[in-house]
Design a protein. Sequence first.
Length: 340
Amino acid sequence: MKLNHSLNKIHTIKLASIPTPLDEAPRFADKIGLSKLFIKRDDLTGLAGGGNKARKLEYDFEEIVNGGYDVVITAGGIQSNHARMTAAAARKLGLDVKLVLGGPDFETEKGNLLLDVMFNAEIRYLVDDDANVSLENEMNKWADELLKEGRKSFVIPIGGSTGLGALGYVKAMEELSAQLKNDNVQIIVGVGSCGTFAGTILGSKIFLPKARVIGISVSRTSEAIKKRTSELIQESAELINYRLNEKILVECYDVYHNEYGMITEAGKQAIDDTANLEGILLDPIYTGKVMAGLIDLVDKDIIDKSIPVIFIHTGGMPIIFSFESQLGNKINCTKIFPKN
Ligand SMILES: Cc1ncc(COP(=O)(O)O)c(C=O)c1O
């Protein structure tokens, strides 16, 4: 049979532990009133703590290794999962790594930042500045400096969200389609720099045509998401020679986050419930908010309770270890002192 895309012709380098499991979450589904809920465990993709970025990096690093680059530069917030996974991937492939991070000043290295340090990534930190434009400028400046030293650096944009990187989620939808008996499902995914969302939408179009994809923002407005996601879908489709015959609908919601990087009350509740009912950990910046969004959309009947829901668990677990004061406040512990 002739395929209507050339996805399999684009080379990748093996970095992610895939396929990831598709776990049913029956107690959580029951609590929120869904007939069926499955969690696509992309928190188990590897690279020092898992997450969605491993799938994108398989495409970027193929270019890096074949292009003869010796150093990788990327950027993100202080708790960027993308930065941590890029550092892990670079070290796995014997490359040097530099990170431009931004956010509030910090006293100790925790969560993803601690892992960045363990990978011996050199870090430039823009204190109190998470404006993406300055992070991008700093990356380019650093690449120029390195060039003068005779180094060849590859700059991966914030979040790894390019048309190429988004193919990681087109491929993930092929993987998901092999795990499902029926593609009449509702897929929930978190949206930051839009690459995961774009890949999920395009991949569903190709491999799960009956699926409805719903994005939950962790930072941007719905309007900004629709624009960027549509651009990325277009770029990815061109790379794999897939013809987009109709305008693609981008469905997303932007009311489940406050300031990027801050925990929300509903997110914290969703984290507690998922841990207690399913033994699965969500994080406060991304997946906790996405789960809180899912609960509210079910409550408001925007999500159809009778159609199975697939929650894409995009990772973020190390972030938990930078939120200990907000998350670990209810220890149930009896101290026992052995008698001497
Ligand atoms: C855990 C987690 N979930 C979701 C996202 C959003 O993915 P994207 O930036 O591709 O929109 C990110 C991005 O950093 C993330 O780290």
